[in-house]
Design a binder for this molecule. Structure first.
Ligand code: SAM
Length: 204
């Protein structure tokens, strides 16, 4: 079995849009306790690499030596730099990766980040959207051209604007609520397929 029921959501999302392939480098944001990491490690196989980050410590995986974990807050720039370094990228040039025409070092960025629930939906929803936007910015720094992105967000105001922003950076975006999460019906996952990057400019 997996460490979390959430693992089955990632399986469904991956089956829907073929996000993770053998040999991929995958970055998982909000990865504790690690069900998504286990599913991603199975999908990338022995030639792949999976990097998980969470506020919480993630217990070591005895049966997956392709998984690396970091403890940190994804809303902090320092954590984003550590993730970029772990993925073999260069933190200083990550944001200009687009200028090379190939983008960053990562094939897939997935985020299941969720805030601590206050019980007040409008507050939790706003925090969820903030985390989703942090994940999106990280994805833009990390993803190679044609890379894929999965992000969870709670339904509510401004989610349409967020989707529109994601749509500008990918070939297409699909929204779905996996069956495994239908009991938490406010959740939606956006799957961004095929990260778009600018062609190399011939000037300067
Ligand atoms: N996908 C995971 C699995 O399969 O085990 C479950 C993830 S759980 C739904 C959401 C996680 O997001 C929590 O572990 C939480 O600590 C993490 N999280 C929330 N805010 C975060 C932040 N700012 N930086 C990093 N992780 C965060």
């Amino acid at each position: 079995g997996y460490r979390s029921r959430a693992a089955y959501k990632l399986k469904q999302l991956d089956q829907l849009e073929n996000v993770i392939s053998g040999g991929d480098t995958v970055v998982d944001l909000g990865a504790a306790p690690g069900g998504w990491l286990e599913v991603a490690a199975e999908a990338v196989g022995p030639q792949g690499q999976v990097i998980g980050v969470d506020l919480q410590r993630i217990r070591d995986f005895d049966d997956h030596d392709t998984i690396e974990t970091l403890r940190g807050d994804m809303t902090e720039e320092r954590t984003r730099e550590r993730v970029i370094e772990a993925a073999g990228g260069d933190a200083e040039s990550a944001e200009t990766g687009t200028a090379t025409g190939t983008g960053g070092p990562v094939d897939v960025v997935i985020s299941d980040m969720a805030p601590n629930m206050s019980g007040e939906y409008s507050l939790d929803q706003a925090r969820s959207l903030h985390l989703a936007r942090q994940a999106f910015e990280t994805a833009l720094e990390l993803l190679a051209t044609d890379g894929d992105f999965i992000v969870k967000v709670f339904e509510g105001p401004d989610v349409d604007d967020f989707r529109a922003d994601v749509e500008e950076e990918f070939q297409y975006v699909r929204a779905t609520s996996p069956k495994a999460s239908r009991d938490e019906s406010s959740e939606v996952y956006f799957i961004g397929k095929g990260r778009l990057t600018a062609p190399v400019s011939s000037g300067d």
